[in-house]
Design a protein around this ligand. Structure first.
Ligand SMILES: [Zn+2]
Length: 342
């Protein structure tokens, strides 16, 4: 069944350093990323005397240069009054401290995202590379790859040179006044600890962050600090919150183009995960590790960087099947979890 998404701005994309107004007072910025996923969308909301930013971009020279062009051009010399982060991932929060320090602008985020960012940045036990490697090792990632992760160190620092020291906490359901309108914070789980999307009924706009993307499915993972989490179940339950929004809502995603079609997109994502869960379960014939199941889940293997996300995603799906009582796991003599059907 086709997704039936509409892309009202299919011909127009803002160049780095430029903006495109996608709703009254809401401007789209597209910033570069040094990955296969090569861009992130940020949002500037026009205030009476300045601007609010939603998400900040990955800390890199090209992104700082693009921001400088935005300061000099579209922002017309008016300051940032606040910086809001949907979640703690580097492409969203990387330049939050730089922006908020430059303008003396308060930083807004949920406690889950703020605290998690700091725990990862400061290598706290459970959030560090050792914990990630212990987790991935238990799920069968070979020693050679674990050694490469250990040698690489804390990759969070690549895109986040510093973090705001203090924050203004956003609670689920809170209303933020941005650009003279009310925006409701909608929590989301499974992709990050306490993601906040922002919905403005008056302007018919949802800033969806990474929770609702038009083309790619959001990464849903089980990581070192929360290894047995049913992130898939959390993510699917979170999607239901978006179904309550009007069908004609313009969704502003962090990757890809603004679109209309919350309902078909949520249905497609649910169908995608249901199909992946079924394929994964079918592949469990003899006791098997999460790492050995990567080809069954994705149909291919990955490079070192992508393996991290793929394995976390595979473990999250296995955790969901355990939660549903369809799989159980046992530790083998080598200390690795092996999954079998119940
Ligand atoms: Zn993210």
């Amino acid at each position: 069944m086709p997704h039936r998404l509409r892309y009202p701005f299919h011909d127009a994309v803002p160049a780095p350093g430029a903006t495109l107004e996608v709703a009254p007072g809401v401007h789209w910025l597209k910033m570069p990323l040094p990955f296969a996923l090569n861009h992130i969308n940020l949002w500037l909301i026009e205030e009476a005397g300045g601007w609010s930013a939603v998400d900040a971009g990955y800390d890199s020279e090209p992104t700082r240069a693009a921001w400088q062009a935005v300061f000099d051009g579209p922002m017309a010399g008016r300051p940032l009054e606040r910086v809001v982060a949907t979640h703690y991932h580097p492409d969203h929060i990387g330049l939050a401290d730089w922006l908020s320090s430059r303008f003396g602008a308060p930083f807004h985020a949920s406690l889950g995202e703020f605290a998690h960012a700091r725990a990862v940045w400061h290598d706290l036990p459970g959030f560090d590379v050792a914990a990630l490697n212990a987790h991935f090792g238990r799920h069968g990632l070979p020693a050679a790859q674990l050694a490469q992760y250990a040698a690489r160190g804390n990759s969070y620092h690549w895109g986040v040179k510093s973090l705001p020291a203090t924050f203004n906490r956003i609670l689920a359901g809170d209303t933020l006044a941005l650009g003279g309108a009310q925006w409701q914070a909608i929590p989301g789980y499974g992709h990050s600890p306490e993601h906040m999307a922002l919905w403005c009924a008056e302007r018919g706009v949802l800033i969806s962050g990474d929770m609702l993307l038009p083309k790619i499915s959001t990464n849903v993972g089980a990581w070192g600090s929360d290894p047995d989490v049913d992130a898939v179940g959390q993510f699917l339950a979170s999607l239901d919150r978006f179904l309550a929004l009007p069908d004609d809502t313009l969704v502003l995603p962090s990757h890809g183009r603004p679109f209309v079609g919350i309902r078909p997109r949520v249905e497609a994502l649910k169908a995608h995960h249901a199909e992946r869960l079924e394929a994964l379960l079918a592949a469990v014939i003899a006791p098997v590790t999460a790492f050995e199941l990567l080809p069954a889940l994705f149909g291919r293997m990955f490079d070192l960087y992508q393996t991290m996300f793929a394995l976390a995603e595979c473990i999250a799906h296995l955790n969901h099947l355990r939660q549903a009582g369809l799989l159980r796991r046992e530790a083998g003599a080598d200390g690795c979890w092996r999954f079998e059907r119940t």
